[in-house]
Design a protein around this ligand. Sequence first.
Ligand code: BES
Ligand code: MN
Ligand code: ZN
Length: 506
Amino acid sequence: MKIIVRDKLKGKTPMLCLFIFEGSENIPKLRGITAKNARIVQSALDMRGKFGEIALVPTPEKPYSRILLAGLGEKRKLDADSIRFVSGKIAQKARDLRLKEFTIAPPPDSIIDTDVAVSQIVEGSKMSLYRFEHFKSTKMNREPNIVILAQNPNEISKTVTATEIVSEAVLYTRNIANMPPNACTPAVLARIAKQLAKKNELKCTVISKAQLATSGFGGITAVGQGSKNEPNLIILEYHGDSKNVKPTVLVGKAVTFDTGGVSLKSSDAMTEMKFDKCGGCTVLGIMKAASELNLPVNLVGIIPAVENMPGAESYRPDDIITLYNGKTAEILNTDAEGRLILADALSYGVEQYDPLKIIDLATLTGACVVALGNNIAGMVSNNDTFAQDFSNSSARTAEKVWRLPLDEDYMDMIKSDVADMKNMGIGKAAGTITAAAFLKNAIEDTPWVHLDIAGVAWTQKATKEKPYNPRGATGFGVRLVLDYLLSTANNRYSYLSINIPPSLNS
Ligand code: BES
Ligand code: MN
Ligand code: ZN
């Protein structure tokens, strides 16, 4: 899909798309619309512009064969997701019509900064046209090109380029996350990371099963020992800032399939557990985009990759294991495996990199789906400013998060009689928070944001239907974390809220 920015209608276009607000009396003014076409489109305004509503009006006069009116709903209710959502619908319509191209005009900049609108058009379109077709013998996908009409094509093209990079990273993340567990083992994830590193000039280290066992990674070793697909720890480094600046460490859970292990899941609960690697896939996507955007930050991505299987070699309930930081954990349930591999990865990150901050993403608990459903991720943090900054990025990207508390009472809930900790809390009480409490033991005092993406990493039963989140992995977290990194890097600004500084595009 090509995206071109022009300052006026030029040549023919099979479809011109205009946003209208609910109750608009007039279609938007646009140079190049002939009077006759304008009259015809005006007469179609009885669709009233309700949110997400689309009207397709054939137009008799060239240069375009049809005009599409897309309702944005009430002007005062326009939010950070409206244009992204509706653009997705438009792009899918263009694909259904098998158009080679469509032309779209952002709403006037008196209503929303053109830059922001354009980035949302790009994200909405690219993310909506995604399909996972890797295993289909006939591929369906035809993607229309997009012409965006904007007054300042040179400036706006930079926004388009940056947003294309971010959106491509989301699709990249989805592609890996959607891979089935027989095709995407920990070894395959390591290979994917190495390919990315080679292409984007990142440093990549993979710690093998044998090295993990001898270096004290008791969590990854225990969880991984039941599968013939060997575990590993993937580390990617990106230097966008000077060498002496401490990095931000990103940790992502990558359980390529979670059967529950000896504490086997029921068949119903086990389907879709290929998505238990989504956190790790998100970290790959973030590393990809950060390096392509030349973000002025230092980043380390750490991905513990394992398969959680039952078998003669598996770890078991009642085992006591020693984690990377030396703390011991009593295993009550082998299905609470995520926190064990993450604890190793987090402590390793703290020890090796003395990070400025740590962010982790994990499909960690079913309890998070119970608490927040399929549209909001759980957030736990030990730092109020950090958590607030994340909430701001969340509002801009519409990747929603809700913060849960983590005080001492919860830390007590994972105390064990026979070891330093146990790998689950008390019954089902506060399952998301007791999992986070376990992780907190691994990070010490480093400012930390933990995102439990169990409900949002792929489309599930109660997922709100959004054109830009088609069935399967959503890539949740890629845009959110990139927005956060952009907003804090040398106090530059979010690509969604304010103009991207030119240096980020060069
Ligand atoms: N990967 C699961 C969590 C999960 C469940 C993610 C459903 C997405 C959808 C995790 O490893 C797990 O099994 N957690 C257990 C923990 C429990 C045994 C303390 C859970 O949530 O049931
Ligand atoms: Mn599990
Ligand atoms: Zn899991």
